[in-house]
Ligand binder design. Sequence first.
Ligand code: ADP
Ligand code: MG
Length: 234
Amino acid sequence: MEFKLKKSNAIEVKNLIKTYGDVYALNDVDLNISDGEYFVLLGPSGGGKTTLLRSIGGFIRPDSGSVVIKGKNVNNLPPDKRPTSMVFQGFALFPHMDVAQNIGYGLKLQSIEKNIIDEKVNKMMDLVGLTGLHKRKPHELSGGQQQRVQLARALILENDVLLLDEPLSALDAQLRKDMCIELKRLQKTVGISFVHVTHNQEEAMSVADRIAIIADGKMIEEGTPQEIYNKPKK
Ligand code: ADP
Ligand code: MG
């Protein structure tokens, strides 16, 4: 007899609705994401991807529906009280801070001791491939390196879920391919759930354990990259 290991849900989204005037950015969306899963939200521009991701992170308040993370309803919690970290679209690093300060900033806000922050920053920099670049300012980094700083800055908070909004869209095609491999490796190393938003099908296929396609505020289909690839286009 075969036992299938049942994975628990990291995120459960139910009946989520968000309107802007008469536009349904999210039109009754349900979504389940497992623990330790690399999940990709794929869809055309304006489909509702950012609205969904930000609703999970607590930056947008939906009109109705619920978001449960790790078994806890987080509807009324602000972003910093949710077990999520977010990598925003574009490079939002503090220009006057060096790499180490950018990465340690979230811990500094929590009044954590400096030597503990330094130790964690060092570990994170090694993990994302920024060893030795502590003193560089953002403008002295390549696009790929800036993206690694963003990742380190989010991962250092040690939350259960990492939300990434079009994390590779500012990179050229070759770098995007390299960073896909890197992101996948990182996710497997830290073992938390990643929710990665993109409009790029190739990118989605190369990183995802599972993909959900969202358009016009509705879930269209969901499956492994193989399942999505094999389905006839509607
Ligand atoms: P995506 O990230 O897939 O490109 P969004 O979630 O940003 O899509 O947007 C979904 C829909 O909601 C689009 O029609 C967009 O124009 C609309 N929308 C998003 N944010 C706002 C806003 N702050 N005000 C008005 N309309 C918005
Ligand atoms: Mg978007």
